[in-house]
Design a protein around this ligand. Structure first.
Ligand code: DGY
Length: 329
C-alpha cells in the first residue's frame, strides 16, 4: 500500500510533523507569517489524500472540487467558520477540529483583554511613552472596577464557561446567555441565565464567545451597544464578524460603552489605519487567543492525530461531519 499523501498549509510545531511523518508522505507551505496562496493550496490539495489546514484557509466548494483524492481536512482550530461544511460533506471530505486543547489559554486571553481595557493599560503605557505622565492625581486615568462587578458571558460553551469560572476570583456576579441553559455552570458557580437583551442591560463586562454561524453573524450591532451601560467594557475573543464593526466604532466614539478589548476582527489581518485602532479606549491584539507554544503544540498534534486517523482507518478523535465516515459517530 502506498503511504497517504498529506499537505500542511503552514509551518507547525515539530511534534505534530512527526505524527504526520510516521504515517504519511507530506509537503508543507513552509512559512510562519504568510498564508498559503489560494492557487498553491488548490494545486497541492489536488495531489493530497488529506490536508492539515489553518483558520485562514478557505475550505469551500471550489477547494473540495479541486481535491478529488482528499478524504480529510484537519483544521488546526476549534472554530471552523472557514469551512463550508455542507460542501465538504457533499464531496465526501471529513472535516475535523481541535476542541478542548485551547480552552484555558483562550479564556486567559479574554480576561487579559477585559482587564487591560477596563484599567486602561495600553492607554497608560502609550501615555508614558509619549511623555504625558505629569503627576499622580485622584481622577487621572480612572478605569472600570472589576472586583464585585457583573460579568455577562454570551456563549457559555467550553471557553465561555472557563471565562465565567475565572470570575469567581473577582467576586463577580456572572450572567450568561446561550442557546441552551447550562445547568452545570449554574450549579458550579451560580451563573444566572438571562435573555440576550437583559444580559446586555445588566452587565458591566460583556464577553462574546459564540462560534461564528449564520445566526451569530452581526449579532452585536448598534441596537445591542445602545442597550449596554455607558460604563460597559466589551470583549470579543471569538470571531470578528459576530460584531458589526462600524457600530462598535460609533459606540466607542460616542461613549455608548466605555471600552473594548478585541482579539478578532471582521477582516483579518487589519492594517494600522483601521478605524478601531485610532481610539484610546480600544485594546486590540492580532487573534492570539490560543497563542502559547504549549497550546499551539497541542492544537497541531490534535490536528495531526485527526489527519492520520482518518487516513489510516482509525477512529477519528474530532470529526465535525461524522456522517462522512458512514457510521454517524
Ligand atoms: C480557534 O481555534 O478557533 C481559535 O480562534 C484559534 O486561536
Amino acid at each position: 500500500m502506498p503511504r497517504p499523501r498529506a499537505y500542511i498549509t503552514r509551518r507547525i510545531p515539530h511534534a505534530a510533523l512527526e505524527i504526520v511523518a510516521a504515517a504519511c508522505d507530506y509537503t508543507l507551505w513552509d512559512s510562519d507569517d504568510q498564508p498559503v496562496p489560494r492557487a498553491v493550496l488548490l494545486r497541492e490539495a489536488a495531489q493530497a489524500d488529506g490536508v492539515l489546514t489553518m483558520l485562514s484557509d478557505k475550505l469551500d466548494g471550489e477547494f473540495a472540487a479541486a481535491a478529488p483524492r482528499c478524504q480529510v481536512v484537519a483544521n488546526m482550530a476549534v472554530g471552523y467558520d472557514n469551512a463550508d461544511v455542507p460542501a465538504l460533506t457533499a464531496h465526501g471530505v471529513l472535516l475535523t477540529n481541535t476542541p478542548g486543547v485551547l480552552t484555558d489559554t483562550t479564556a486567559d486571553l479574554a480576561w487579559a483583554l477585559l482587564m487591560a481595557a477596563a484599567r486602561r493599560i495600553v492607554e497608560g503605557h502609550k501615555l508614558i511613552e509619549a511623555g504625558g505622565w505629569k503627576s499622580w492625581s485622584p481622577l487621572f486615568m480612572v478605569g472600570q472596577e472589576i472586583s464585585g462587578a457583573t460579568l455577562g458571558i454570551v456563549g457559555a460553551g467550553r471557553i465561555g464557561s472557563a471565562v465565567a469560572r475565572r470570575a469567581r476570583g473577582f467576586d463577580m456576579r456572572v450572567l450568561y446567555h446561550n442557546r441552551h441553559r447550562a445547568p452545570a455552570l449554574e450549579a458550579e458557580i451560580g451563573a444566572e441565565y438571562h435573555s440576550f437583551d437583559d444580559l446586555l442591560r445588566a452587565a458591566d463586562f460583556v464577553v462574546v464567545l459564540v462560534p461564528l454561524t449564520a445566526e451569530t453573524r452581526g449579532m452585536v450591532g448598534a441596537r445591542e451597544f445602545a442597550l449596554m451601560k455607558p460604563t460597559a467594557v466589551f470583549v470579543n475573543a471569538a470571531r470578528g464578524p459576530i460584531v458589526q464593526e462600524q457600530a462598535l466604532v460609533a459606540a466607542l466614539k460616542h461613549g455608548q460603552i466605555a471600552a473594548a478589548g478585541l482579539d478578532v476582527f471582521e477582516h483579518e489581518p487589519i492594517g494600522a489605519d483601521h478605524p478601531l485602532l485610532g481610539l484610546p479606549n480600544v485594546v486590540a491584539v492580532p487573534h492570539i487567543g490560543s497563542a502559547t507554544l504549549a497550546t499551539r503544540t497541542r492544537m497541531a498534534t490534535a490536528a495531526a492525530h485527526n489527519l492520520v486517523a482518518a487516513l489510516t482507518g482509525q477512529p477519528v478523535p474530532n470529526p465535525v461531519n461524522p456522517e462522512v465516515l458512514g457510521h454517524g459517530d
